[in-house]
Design a protein around this ligand. Sequence first.
Ligand SMILES: N=c1c2ncn([C@@H]3O[C@H](COP(=O)(O)OP(=O)(O)OP(=O)(O)O)[C@@H](O)[C@H]3O)c2ncn1[C@@H]1O[C@H](COP(=O)(O)O)[C@@H](O)[C@H]1O
Length: 107
Amino acid sequence: MRVLLFIAKVWVLDMASVIDELYSVILDRIARRPPNSYTVSLIEKGREYIARKVGEEAIETIIASLTESRDRFVSEVADLIYHLLVLMAINNVSPDDIYKELRRRMK
Ligand SMILES: N=c1c2ncn([C@@H]3O[C@H](COP(=O)(O)OP(=O)(O)OP(=O)(O)O)[C@@H](O)[C@H]3O)c2ncn1[C@@H]1O[C@H](COP(=O)(O)O)[C@@H](O)[C@H]1O
């Protein structure tokens, strides 16, 4: 049981660190605006476009969960998380804000 708890904890920490790292890369792209960056192309299309894109990715995730393979579902969840992080970044909300809220709700 202890080993399972340890593995679960390491997995959660690793997942959080990937999200933190990706969020930092997104902030960097927004600040530096390098060419050939998908993030920059999203930012240039504006807040409404990005919000709509999150909606689109959420729908694709729902469809994948119901009708497609596990791999397709994993890929759609990753797309959704990335676009959500971009939307969070332009709203000055960090992954830390979300971790705190989730921790506050934890029973
Ligand atoms: N994690 C991602 C990531 N996930 C998904 N996507 C992009 O999201 C898009 C989703 O595909 P869609 O078919 O829905 O959309 P599309 O037709 O390509 O694009 P639209 O014209 O519809 O916006 C694809 O172009 C993917 O490349 C991502 N683009 C970038 N990242 C990471 O973000 C960081 C910054 O990337 P750049 O901004 O490209 O440097 C890097 O660490 C990247 O690995």
